[in-house]
Ligand binder design. Structure first.
Ligand code: NAD
Length: 429
């Protein structure tokens, strides 16, 4: 059975210092301190525009019935439709969706794409669902939130526990009710029903692009740069392989079971990916096998935590020996760990910039759906490259002008864009 846990923000702040909502609020306050923005605009941005909470009844394969709770949080749409993932996870809560929707507002704004922030999901363990149960749950959830989504209103995407097939079912359920095929209602679909080529690899690819640019910024030679990637999943494997292709020396990668390390460099394309063979990194031949803690402590130039949130904490960050951290996962560095890295002079390129290739190619997918014209993979790569370079240049400008961290610089860019749009549009009535 589904459970609904809605914590009040204060209780949450005391019990879990790095919950998504607490982090999102802290980051807003930090960025606000650096930007000249009307306090009334900041006050509006502290609150989500809307949070939809629905019951999702599911008839199980054995004929019994369970009712799960689903959410869609919409933070801000001043720059365009809400955009963000739908996750199926037992710990999905209203507060988590709100926090993650705020995060999406900044991610879209830093990339300068015309979307706002949304996030949603169902509090359910997807591993406990058969394929047909997952399909029925998705179709019913799509129907329950149908009034608040749509290509011009709110465009969901895959997230934890959901995938391209889930998005295809969602799109089909929505389209059946609308009486026409509406591919632009969700992104991350299979290309045969309006998905974009290159969507799956795009967050990892953007991590690689941003790493390459950061290496160049610090005047290092990419061919002599050593890289360790925690989490050889969708994001991590695509980042590692692209960097390897571009000449970097990827010396270590890991999955949930542990890490492989070769100081002379791994042949990343030969390591089984999470998609090909889940959790098989350790089966690959390598001179050294390490734990997931040890990969974070390697003496490398670049560390890319690309597995889970809160990987770098106050407890382990003192052992980090990398000269640069590029965040592949969402929120892999806790607030406390971030402060320690700043004190130690280790730059951290933040998630909202580094892995934003995902939402950027989602935007390309939405454009392709609206125009009913598919782009080639080459075009997707070219457009992603130029969008990432442009965002990197904007963030770098703030980084240099304000002498702040990369994270603060990215939030300053994002907040300024959102706040200016809000001030320009004004408050009605
Ligand atoms: P994934 O499931 O494809 O891969 C995750 C990898 O991390 C796997 O190799 C897994 O074995 C490993 N892992 C899991 N738990 C671990 C642990 N406790 N310690 C070490 N390794 C562990 O996931 P993904 O899609 O690559 O997502 C990874 C992160 O990137 C998440 O934080 C996700 O929110 C974020 N992200 C994903 C996308 C996307 O579109 N896939 C976009 C932006 C951000």
């Amino acid at each position: 059975m589904a459970t609904t846990t809605t914590t009040d923000a204060t209780a949450e702040e005391e019990s879990d210092a790095d919950s998504a909502l607490v982090t999102a609020r802290r980051q807003l306050e930090r960025a606000a301190a650096h930007v000249e923005v009307d306090e009334n605009v900041i006050e509006r941005l502290r609150h989500p525009t809307r949070v939809e909470r629905v019951s999702v009844p599911l008839k199980r394969d054995d004929g019994s019935l369970d009712v799960f709770t689903g959410y869609r949080a919409q933070h801000d749409d001043v720059r365009g439709p809400y955009k963000g993932g739908l996750r199926y996870h037992p710990e999905v809560t209203e507060d988590e969706c709100i926090g993650l929707s705020m995060w999406m507002t900044w991610k879209c704004a830093v990339m300068d794409i015309p979307f706002g922030g949304g996030k949603g999901g169902v509090a359910v363990d997807p591993k406990g669902l058969s394929e047909t149960e997952k399909e029925r749950l998705t179709r019913r959830f799509a129907e329950e939130i149908r009034d608040v989504v749509g290509p011009k209103q709110d465009v969901p995407a895959p997230d934890m526990g959901t995938d391209a097939q889930t998005m295809a079912w969602f799109m089909d359920a929505y389209s059946m009710q609308e009486g026409e095929t509406v591919p632009g209602v969700v992104t991350g679909k299979p290309p045969v029903v309006g998905g974009s080529y290159g969507r799956e690899e795009s967050p990892g690819r953007s991590v690689a692009i941003v790493t390459r640019e950061a290496v160049d910024y610090y005047d290092w030679d990419l061919s002599e740069t050593t890289v360790a990637v925690q989490g050889f999943g969708s994001v991590g494997a695509n980042a590692a392989c692209a960097l390897d292709d571009w000449g970097a020396n990827v010396v270590a990668v890991s999955d949930v079971n542990g890490a492989i390390y070769d100081p002379d460099g791994l042949d990343t394309r030969a390591v089984p990916t999470h998609e090909e063979e889940p959790e098989a990194v350790m089966s690959h031949d390598a001179p050294q096998k390490l734990s997931n803690e040890e990969i974070l402590e390697l003496d490398v130039d670049v560390l890319i935590p690309a597995a889970v949130g809160n990987a770098l904490t106050a407890d382990n960050v003192d052992d980090v020996r990398a000269d640069l951290v590029v965040e592949g996962a969402n929120g892999p560095t806790t607030f406390a760990a971030d402060a320690i890295l700043e004190e130690r002079g280790i730059p951290v390129v933040p998630d909202i910039l580094a892995n934003a290739g995902g939402v950027t190619v989602s935007y390309f997918e939405w454009l392709q759906d609206i125009n009913r014209r598919q782009w080639s993979l080459e075009r997707v790569h070219d457009e992603l490259e130029s969008q990432m370079l442009s965002a990197w240049a904007d963030v770098r400008e703030e980084f240099e002008a304000r002498d702040v961290t990369w994270r603060d610089a990215a939030y300053v860019v994002a907040l300024r864009r959102v706040a200016e749009a809000k001030s320009t549009r004004g408050l009605w009535p």
